[in-house]
Design a protein around this ligand. Structure first.
Ligand code: TA6
Length: 298
């Protein structure tokens, strides 16, 4: 299975194309110091990252679908060209449910292990969204950090209207012992209060109910204090001005078929992108947003 992909993209001890859950192809990255990451070709979906000497950072639901044209519940869904239901496309756009191509793999001279996946317009995408584009996701694994670089290329001679985001699900020990820092003083849209806009007052945002907020024009450094695991997850971003903080809590968890009713205490989404606005990309222009994750002891 996947012999052609393995012949073209495998790198001994560093990159392996293998069968993942339900036989879906995934790329396993292994850093020389022992860090590991996994990304499925379905949706260019990162589902796992374990830093060298560390433990799993991302949450994946035990009820997640691993099936063609289905979004995987957890990890890092790639959201494009629409965030949420903020437009005519299906929720969160088509990127996360599309099969992506493997474009390249490499180990850099500094030991970074990289894979680039690519989604280009097709009859299927053009039927929903009449724009020629290329969307690349580059995943860069270092010993103690993981970087995702998302790149949109507009091949049209018209403006390209788009939203793009990394919808990251973090595994936390206990949501009631978890806080998000770095958003104090930032305006946010509250999806649970009729999209009314507020200012964040808390230096450390705690979660004790369903939270679904889009923070606008945010600082490029944020932290998730996962005190139950004795760790802080650091988020550094470029070109991604907005952040979503989401936990479904009890009622919404029960409404999601691909999410266990008892899983909401063990996860928190802190998402990065341009989801709070309606950007357009000039003809033939390129947009890039990056997010880097790293871990320190709490
Ligand atoms: O992350 C914020 C959000 O838009 C929430 O409203 C919730 O719907 C979540 O995304 C998950 O959406 P999904 O389509 O993956 O169930």
């Amino acid at each position: 299975m996947f012999e052609d992909l393995q012949a073209q993209f495998d790198i001994r001890d560093r990159v392996a194309v293998v069968a993942g859950t339900n036989g879906l192809p995934k790329v396993v990255l292994t850093h020389g110091e022992g860090a590991r990451a996994e990304v499925y070709l379905q949706g260019a979906h990162v589902t796992s990252w374990v830093p060298a000497g560390g433990t799993e950072v991302f949450f994946v639901s035990r009820a997640a679908h691993f099936a063609p044209e289905k979004a995987i519940r957890g990890g890092i869904p790639v959201i494009f060209p629409q965030f949420g239901s903020d437009g005519p496309l299906p929720q969160h756009g088509f990127a996360r449910t599309s099969p992506w191509e493997l474009a390249s793999t490499a180990e850099s001279e500094h030991g970074l292990v990289c894979v680039t996946l690519r989604l280009a317009d097709s009859p299927a995408t053009r039927a929903q969204w009449p724009h020629p584009f290329t969307l690349d996701l580059e995943v860069r694994l270092d010993a103690q950090a993981l970087t995702l670089a998302l790149r949109v290329i507009n091949h049209d001679d018209d403006d390209l209207p788009f939203q793009a985001a990394l919808h990251t699900y973090f595994a936390v020990a206990d949501i009631t012992q978890t806080t998000v820092r770095g958003l104090q003083g930032v305006s946010y849209i509250d999806a649970l209060q009729g999209n009314a806009q507020f200012i964040e007052c808390a230096e450390a945002i705690s979660i004790d109910r369903e939270v679904d907020r889009i923070y606008l024009s945010t600082p490029d450094r944020l932290e998730v204090a996962d005190s139950g695991h004795g760790r802080t997850i650091h988020i550094e971003k470029t070109g991604m001005p907005d952040v979503v903080v989401w936990n479904p809590w009890i009622a919404k968890a029960q409404r999601m078929a691909d999410f266990g009713d008892d899983e909401y205490p063990g996860m928190l989404c802190v998402e990065t992108g341009n989801m709070g606005r309606h950007d357009t990309l000039a003809p033939l222009a390129v947009w890039e947003g990056t997010t880097t994750f790293s871990i320190s002891e709490a």
